[in-house]
Design a protein around this ligand. Structure first.
Ligand SMILES: Nc1ncnc2c1ncn2[C@@H]1O[C@H](COP(=O)(O)OP(=O)(O)O)[C@@H](O)[C@H]1O
Ligand SMILES: [Mg+2]
Length: 257
């Protein structure tokens, strides 16, 4: 296989004295979707921020397309083609859909291609075209997530870093958005690094998966193998069982009163 387009090696990242990323290494090959799974607080967002240059790692290297990018300013990382779509779909609520999309292209000067890319965004997200003059703050949660992804596409990514695009969305919307991500991967050969708590949806979309726990990678493998893995199933189902036990305990308590 070719060399990975993104290679992360032994990254350590801190918030003050707190070590949030404890020696993470991972590979993403061109044209693939790689998922990072893990519970709340595992360090997924911190890892994404470190790759996109929002945070600097204390140690380790991040190599993209053969060159090191760790410690670079975020706008330089974007120009290189590494585009971060942050958690919580941070669109500019008072700007229109079109203005938000234009901001995604702020590092670019190729006007004609920018307009072609806007049409590409509208091809994948037709609802954004019909609402292009509307203020982003008036869109639904799902539409705002679409706009956040569309704005990322306007930067001409060679890899998209997607941080929990399913957060707060209904299962139906998650299915719709993940379907569009799958088409972008297949039709545009878009490479993606996708962070998710929604393990099943993410592994169904991805080719490869990594599992993070307290700042470390604890497991990785082909996505279909992880989907079958008893460890993954018992981890996620285990949590559900814990919830069920909790509610049974609660019911017992109530009958005592
Ligand atoms: N701004 C911050 N300051 C201090 N600690 C933080 C900050 N953001 C996150 N953390 C801590 O870093 C760890 C990893 O957080 P995060 O990367 O947001 O996890 P995830 O995205 O997997 O939920 C957590 O223990 C969290 O409390
Ligand atoms: Mg997070």
């Amino acid at each position: 296989m070719n060399a990975p387009i993104l290679q992360v090696r032994n990254i350590e990242s801190f918030y003050g004295p707190i070590m949030a990323i404890r020696g993470v290494s991972l590979d993403v090959h061109e044209g693939k979707i790689v998922s990072i799974l893990g519970a709340n607080g595992a360090g997924k967002t911190t890892l994404m921020k470190t790759i996109s240059g929002v945070m600097d790692p204390e140690k380790g290297t991040i190599t993209f397309d053969g060159g090191d990018i760790q410690g670079w300013e975020p706008h330089k990382v974007v120009q290189r083609g590494v585009v971060h779509i942050p958690e919580g779909r941070e669109v500019f609520p008072l700007l229109t859909v079109d203005e938000n999309l234009s901001l995604g292209a702020y590092t670019r000067k190729d006007k004609d291609q920018i307009e072609q890319d806007r049409e590409l965004v509208f091809r994948y997200f037709p609802v954004l075209k019909s609402r292009r003059s509307q203020e982003a703050g008036t869109l639904s949660g799902g539409q705002q997530q679409m706009l956040a992804i569309g704005r990322g596409l306007m930067a001409r990514p060679r890899i998209m870093l997607l941080d929990e695009p399913s957060l707060g969305l209904s299962p139906l919307l998650v299915q719709e958005i993940f379907g569009i991500l799958k088409r972008l991967n297949e039709e545009q050969n878009m490479t993606m690094l996708l962070v998710e708590q929604n393990a099943n949806a993410a592994l169904e979309l991805a080719h490869h998966g990594y599992v993070m726990e307290v700042g470390r990678i604890v497991m990785d493998g082909a996505a279909d193998a992880l989907l079958q893995s008893e460890d993954i199933q018992s981890f996620y189902l285990g949590k559900q069982e814990e919830g069920a036990r909790e509610s049974r305990r609660w019911k017992r308590k109530k009958t005592w009163r």
